[in-house]
Design a binder for this molecule. Structure first.
Ligand code: DX5
Ligand code: ZN
Length: 214
């Protein structure tokens, strides 16, 4: 069964507590928390202080996606603030194996990801096994973009590279149609901003993405 991780980037940030409570009622599996530094990607979002506050509102695990330069500096901040999954970009570091170890030392799950233009084969250079591989299906930085069509092939490649203990997550441009393509390719987790938060019916929107009957 695929898991759905609503992206808080698309939530009403003036009412996070209300939004998270509605996502609990809608049975969201994870909360996707996009961290952008204005350097690695052109946009900026939330810091670790916001995560620390939001952790008090919910038991849903936080899936933190670091889109930052120098992830070595930020990983301790977000681990201590309560990340349950902590994912960094391989383009932003030359110490990926050490960072996977650092994340594990906090007792949380380690994820790695790549921009869509980066060679997926970079994943095979890892010596440590990540708990999660995030396939970016849009250019990181903004919500509401169109799904990049070669993503399902990348899901299959990533699936074949790692064992069953590594979850494959997809982020960007997920809707009813593209969710189906990703599920069929073997994705374990789908991140969705626009498709969950549109029209206010989070419960139905999540069911639709899972391919469940309404
Ligand atoms: C993009 C972010 C995504 C984004 C997805 O940089 O990593 O998590 O919120 O938004 P949608 O689902 O609208 O494409
Ligand atoms: Zn993301």
């Amino acid at each position: 069964m695929v898991l759905i991780a609503p992206s808080l980037l698309a939530a009403d940030s003036a009412n996070f507590e209300k939004e998270i409570s509605a996502l609990e009622d809608a049975h969201a599996d994870l909360l996707h928390f996009d961290v952008m530094d204005g350097h690695f990607v052109p946009n900026m979002t939330f810091g670790s202080h916001v995560l620390k506050q939001l952790k008090k509102c919910t038991k849903i695990p936080f899936d933190v996606h670091l889109m930052v330069n120098n992830p070595e500096k930020f990983i301790p901040w977000f681990a201590e603030a309560g990340a349950d999954y902590l994912t960094f970009h391989l383009e932003a570091t030359s110490h990926a194996d050490e960072l996977i170890d650092t994340i594990h030392q906090y007792g949380i799950k380690a994820g790695v990801t790549l921009k869509p233009s980066s060679d997926i084969k970079l994943l095979s250079q890892l010596k440590k096994i990540p708990d999660l591989v995030l396939i970016m299906s849009v250019e990181p930085g903004f919500g509401g973009q169109a799904f990049i069509s070669d993503t399902p092939q990348k899901i299959v490649m990533a699936k074949n590279m790692f064992g069953r203990n590594t979850l494959i997550e997809v982020d960007g441009g997920i809707n009813e149609q593209t969710a189906r393509l990703c599920i069929d390719a073997g994705a374990d987790i789908l991140v969705a901003g626009t498709a969950v938060f549109k029209n206010g019916n989070y419960c139905n929107n999540i069911k639709i993405l899972k391919g469940e009957k309404l």
